[in-house]
Design a protein around this ligand. Structure first.
Ligand code: 4AD
Ligand code: MG
Length: 481
């Protein structure tokens, strides 16, 4: 007999003889009602046992966390809370679970505790819902690009180039750390290392994606990226997944259109396909909101927030306009910001980004045309503005509750301008000879962006800590599991 999943059985509305299902016991109430979950849905299957028909020793083994196999009759439920239930005929304990030590008790656990038990936390409703949503979003990402003519490209994880020009990478080496080969000046001789040069884990697949955009036209990457920045925040991971589309012949306006359409599409997908998980998380958040003071409570539920993003245009605002807004804002004038905005050219901190999206515009915002000197070398330089200030065709997409979700730009396609920029920043042309080749042979306008997948999952699930939307978070001082 083929076993069915709980999800399959719950969608049945007829009586069925001899259904078979396997899963883990959530609770066993009154020696009669087993709440069985197999991960296929947020809902449990109620399995009703008549204790007189079963061995007492067997029933004792039906404890929270145990794996069991049930065969019985699927009938319309007598009780409230479910449409169908199984009247158990055969019960087999596949794997016992010691109720004394099993960490996931049928009660509310803190997220901190569950993080320490991340190998079992998907046995809870919240984490199973989050991870099903993560999986679904990930499918929606591939679906969107596939339906829109993009090629999926696997960019290297080990790289010899530092795409963002930031000194925050993890080294990859198989040299003996205690006794590495040295140059005459005492520095490590990486010529003797595995790759014959210094290599790192990638911070972004962008530069390689650009090479494929300039031949395949539309490409995207979706893979792990690594940053060794020591930022212990609720929005940073040392290992996270990034989605990076890159498109030839597309300018910054096209890039903004693509990013907005893409995000609306994947969020729309989960609204359609993950209703029950979203409703569960919506309700969880509602309960959490109730514990906050009235003034701090969100006016929209989780599902309303997602619908709002899907149904409304993102606000597009230039950096220069944003600075004016921030300079004249209350928290700036009253010196409530930790970093007071005084001059054009200031880098925006997350407190400023959050003010713009949460207080001022109250919707996702695309900020564009940033000062050239606070952005990466590869971004396309604009003509100086009327005050002679230099900006680049960069864009960041800011989301309520999250802050920066997307960073992208039109790329500098002019060889001479790019070379000059690299020179000014002391970036070795020899390291990026292949990147410069793209500007020598058939160069063209092109653009792309990077979206932090976990930040998207945070938004879609309402989870407040990025550690709770990735199976096994890697953060400073933590690489358990
Ligand atoms: O803004 P970033 O650094 O942009 C790039 O890496 C570009 N090369 C992307 C491109 O144009 N192809 O990173 C992109 C996004 C951020 O907006 C943020 O959502 C996410 O990646 N991100 C992180 N997410 C989790 N933990 C971190 N430490 C992150 N750093 C960036
Ligand atoms: Mg960024």
């Amino acid at each position: 007999m083929n076993s069915k999943t709980v999800a399959q059985l719950l969608s049945q509305n007829e009586t069925l003889q001899d259904v078979s299902v396997k899963g883990w016991v959530r609770t066993f109430r009154a020696n009669r009602f087993i709440a069985l979950n197999d991960g296929s849905t947020i809902n449990n299957m109620q399995c009703v046992v008549d204790f007189e028909n079963f061995d007492e020793a067997l029933l004792k083994r039906v404890t929270t966390g145990a794996a069991i196999h049930v065969i019985g009759e699927l009938v319309e439920s007598q009780g409230k809370g479910q449409s169908v239930e199984i009247v158990v005929k055969t019960l087999e304990v596949l794997g016992d679970s010691d109720p004394e030590t099993y960490p996931i008790q049928p009660k509310k656990h803190s997220f901190e505790f569950l993080r320490e038990n991340a190998h079992l936390r998907t046995r809870t409703s919240t984490f199973s819902a989050v991870m099903r949503l993560r999986s679904s979003l990930s499918f929606a990402v591939h679906k969107y690009f596939n339906e829109n003519g993009f090629n999926y490209m696997h960019t290297p994880i080990i790289t010899g180039s530092d795409a963002e020009g930031a000194g925050e990478m993890f080294k990859v080496s198989n040299l003996d750390a205690k006794n590495p080969p040295l140059n005459e000046d005492g520095s490590v001789n990486y010529k003797e290392d595995f790759f014959g040069k210094e290599t790192n884990l990638t911070v972004s697949g962008q530069l390689e994606a650009e090479t494929y955009a300039m031949s395949l036209g539309k490409v995207y990457t979706f893979g792990p990226t690594f940053r060794a920045e020591n930022s212990n925040t609720t929005r940073h991971l040392a290992e996270f997944w990034m989605i990076e589309p890159e498109v030839a012949f597309m300018d910054l306006d096209g890039n903004m259109d693509l990013a907005e359409d893409f995000m609306k599409s994947v969020l729309g997908y989960v609204l359609e396909n993950n209703k029950e998980d979203l409703e569960f998380l919506d309700n969880r958040l509602l309960q959490e909101e109730k514990t906050k003071p009235q003034a701090e409570r969100s006016t929209m539920s989780l599902i309303e927030k997602i619908k709002f993003v899907v149904d409304n245009n993102f606000k597009r605002v230039s950096y220069t306009e944003a600075i004016d807004i921030l300079r004249n804002s209350k928290p700036n004038k009253k010196k409530k910001f930790n970093y007071i905005i005084e001059e054009w050219g200031a880098d925006l901190q997350s407190e400023h980004e959050r003010f713009l999206v949460e207080k001022h515009f109250k919707c996702p915002v695309i900020l564009f045309d940033y000062p050239a000197n606070i952005k990466a070398f590869y971004m396309r330089l604009n003509e100086p503005d009327h005050e002679g200030r230099e900006t680049v065709r960069a864009m960041d997409i800011l989301f309520p509750g999250i802050g920066e979700m997307v960073g992208g730009s039109q790329r500098e396609e002019r060889l001479d301008v790019l070379k000059e920029k690299m020179k000014a920043l002391d970036i070795d042309e020899k390291e990026l000879w292949w990147y410069l080749d793209l500007r020598k042979y058939g160069t063209a306008v092109h653009s792309g962006f990077g979206l932090g997948f976990e930040r998207l999952v945070m938004f879609a699930t309402g989870m407040g800590n990025i550690r709770d939307v990735i199976p096994y978070p890697r953060t400073p001082q933590n690489a358990e599991f």
